[in-house]
Write a protein of this length. Structure first.
Length: 231
């Protein structure tokens, strides 16, 4: 999610000061101003494309080596780097770990597609609600974590939201593992073990090439967009 959502300016994040983001510089106008274009472009398309490439292709190739923990962590790191934004790297890495675990535990990309869609779709929905009801409504009632660390009270709300979200996520993953009978897979993901094979496979190489091409195309589109925007 971008730093300028919910009234938070890009300079709120330390990483934005050190590494300016193409996405922040473009002012969030890449996909135009309509809600449905943003909803489809931000929420729907990435959920399908990235899950098919990263989890269905790349992670599936890693899993065949038997090294589940390494598979989860490396694909999550590559997923974070794919976003081309140091500000998003940590959040995308954590999300990538959750998406990878969903794939490992269920042997399906569809739970990840749903999770990915709901996560990405929050941004255009929140921006729409912010336009209609104001920033305070979004921060107070819908996304309290969006207050950030601007003051002690907001910091406490943000930290508590993160902790509660982490606990709920862990409980949900454990429940999924029990329902799917994949407790052993979850154990291997957490504690390691399960294989010593090399992680480089033909399918992985193909997935990496596709990801690099997609990243290059997106970068060129962003640069072209920025070059046409007024200074």
């Amino acid at each position: 999610m971008h730093g300028d959502a919910f009234g938070i300016t890009p300079d709120f994040f330390l990483t934005n000061l050190l590494f300016p983001s193409f996405f922040e510089a473009s002012g969030g106008q890449m996909l135009g101003g309509t809600f449905w274009v943003s909803f489809i472009g931000v929420g729907l398309i990435p959920a399908f494309f990235e899950e098919f490439v990263v989890r269905g292709g790349m992670l599936n190739s890693y899993i065949r080596t038997g090294r589940l923990r390494a598979s989860v962590l490396l694909t999550a790191l590559l997923f974070g780097l794919q976003h081309m934004n140091p500000t998003q790297l940590f959040y995308a890495f954590v999300t990538g770990v959750i998406l990878a675990l969903l794939f490992v535990l269920t042997d399906s990309i569809w739970p990840g597609i749903l999770f990915h869609f709901l996560n990405n779709g929050m941004l255009p929905v929140a921006n729409l609600l912010e336009e209609r009801y104001g920033t305070a409504f979004v921060q107070n009632y819908l996304f309290p974590f969006s207050r950030g660390l601007s003051d002690p009270k907001s910091s406490l709300v943000t930290v508590l939201s993160a902790v509660i979200g982490l606990v709920i996520t862990v409980l949900c993953l454990r429940a999924i593992a029990r329902c799917e009978g994949s407790d052993e897979k979850l154990r291997l993901c957490v504690r390691g073990g399960g294989g010593t094979a090399k992680l480089v496979t033909p399918a992985l190489i193909i997935a990496l090439v596709v990801m690099v091409l997609m990243t290059g195309a997106t970068t060129c589109a962003l640069i072209a967009r920025l070059s046409t925007m007024p200074a």
